[in-house]
Ligand binder design. Structure first.
Ligand SMILES: C[S@@+](CC[C@H](N)C(=O)[O-])C[C@H]1O[C@@H](n2cnc3c(N)ncnc32)[C@H](O)[C@@H]1O
Length: 435
């Protein structure tokens, strides 16, 4: 047997825990594609002792579906040492990581961690191969893949037909725990679970004694990531303290959003044209967003009471809009001279793309507008194509917008627009309405 080398006179051998960087894999997996899985033909064929050396006649009762890197699963095993907990994870490398980690923990702490294990499988398909009716007492769905696009909602791991399946494997009185940082997905899960005849929501207040509730927030790697990002992004739109940015916002809401606002020339102009609306710039570069906020602060200092309706935050607008805005909150979104990402392989990074358009349309009110302008003709065509093809948007000819004071501002007020003029470049604008 190959044993790790151990120098003489050293203390007890410590098995290295696996390192996640060697197990990284794409964040999401397509649960409908043809993976090859080893799975038992029938639950009775499953040799559970291969996973849990001391399981004897006991049964797995806790199931963490899509357990990721296993942080919550391992915690679960500690909190309930007498129960057997299983993680199911579809990504090969990630499930390997979890099993390697559990093996290392078992090796370093003999007799412990023997009640947790992870298998690689597609939980949307193979639960009937593993479990008997009413075998489970708790199921966990922590930060499941959001599958934002409507066409992909069927891939969501909580859906009406799977709920019927889950209720078959759960004992009466058993529990489903869900958590997500995506509000829309949260509403989806609550809706489908609430509507299902076999489930009833338990208010969190009634679960003060349940040690698992608080663990949902912090123990899984995804939960930790969401919290870590909280430094700059709120966990939920209701957590955002808008008054820190706009001293007089009161009960008003941000309605205008300049995505990738750069040095803020257009944003500041927007605030002047619409003094009663609150406009936000989002910019991913730290120094650039700092510049914009410092500029706004200086303008406020020199013009008491003015410029209080504009602000800029540093964030990745491709990722974090759901952390800031409620459904149908925005009335205008601006994409001025977005980064072109010329190479075909990088087109997916373009800030206008089909799945993000669905997200933008979620945050826009009906009748809300998207303004685009670029000096890159190919990008213009790309944006027009995707916006025109999207069911929630309709192009408005520029001739119909002669009364809109913002149209001419697209060309000249932003730093990028001024640069393009200086370089005698062409400019292509296109404006769309949210249906
Ligand atoms: C070419 S500049 C245009 C800036 C500005 N709109 C203008 O017209 O002057 C594109 C800007 O988008 C920002 N950006 C790119 N991706 C972003 C993202 N995912 N979230 C927020 N800002 C982003 C870049 O840092 C850059 O400042």
């Amino acid at each position: 047997m190959n044993r790790p080398k151990r120098k003489k006179n050293e203390g007890p051998e410590v098995i290295q825990l696996p390192q996640k960087r060697y197990y990284r894999q794409r964040a999401h997996s397509n649960p409908h594609s043809d993976h090859t899985f080893d799975y038992p033909y029938h639950p009775d064929d499953m040799v559970w002792a291969d996973l849990y050396p001391n399981i004897g006649d006991n049964k797995v009762e806790f199931l963490d579906i899509g357990c990721g890197y296993g942080g919550f699963l391992i915690e679960l095993g500690k909190i309930y040492p007498d129960k057997f907990s299983l993680g199911m994870e579809i990504r090969v490398k990630v499930s390997d990581y979890v099993m390697d980690k559990i093996k290392a923990l078992r090796g370093n702490n003999p007799g412990t961690y023997e009640n947790v294990a992870c298998i690689r499988t597609n939980a949307m398909k193979y639960l009937p191969n593993y479990f008997h009716k009413a075998q489970l007492s708790k199921m966990f769905f922590l930060y499941p893949d959001p599958h934002f696009k409507k066409a992909k909602h069927k891939w969501r791991i909580i859906n009406p037909s799977l709920l019927t399946e889950y209720s078959y494997f759960l004992k009466s009185g058993g529990m489903i725990y869900t958590i997500t940082d995506v509000e829309d997905l949260h509403e989806w899960m609550v809706k489908h679970l609430s509507q299902h005849p076999n489930f009833q929501r338990i208010p969190l207040e009634e679960l003060m004694d349940d040690p698992l509730v608080e663990k949902l927030y912090e123990t899984s790697e995804e939960g930790i990531k969401v919290t870590r990002n909280k430094g700059s992004n709120p966990y939920h739109p209701d957590d955002m303290v808008w008054a820190d940015l706009y001293p007089n916002i009161g009960d008003n809401k941000v309605e205008f959003l300049d995505i990738g606002c750069g040095y803020g020339g257009f944003l500041i102009e927007l605030g002047k044209i619409y003094p009663d609306k609150f406009s936000l710039g989002m910019e991913i570069r730290v120094k650039v967003s700092d510049y914009v906020m410092d500029k706004i602060k200086a303008l406020r200092g020199n013009n008491a009471g003015a410029y209080e309706n504009v602000a800029c935050i540093r964030t990745n607008a491709m990722k974090y809009l759901p952390n800031y805005f409620h459904k149908a909150q925005l009335s205008k979104m601006f994409f001025l001279y977005p980064d072109p990402h010329f190479k075909k392989a990088k087109h997916k990074w373009r800030i206008i793309n089909p799945s993000l358009l669905t997200e933008y349309s979620y945050f826009l009110k009906s009748g809300g507008m998207i303004y685009t302008i670029t000096d890159v003709e190919d990008l213009h065509e790309w944006m027009v194509k995707h916006l025109s093809q999207h069911p929630n948007f309709q192009r408005i000819p520029l001739e119909e917008l002669t009364d809109d004071p913002l149209v001419e501002k697209l060309y000249e007020t932003s730093e990028e627009g001024i640069k393009v003029t200086r370089n005698k470049g062409s400019k292509f604008a296109a404006i769309f309405r949210r249906l």
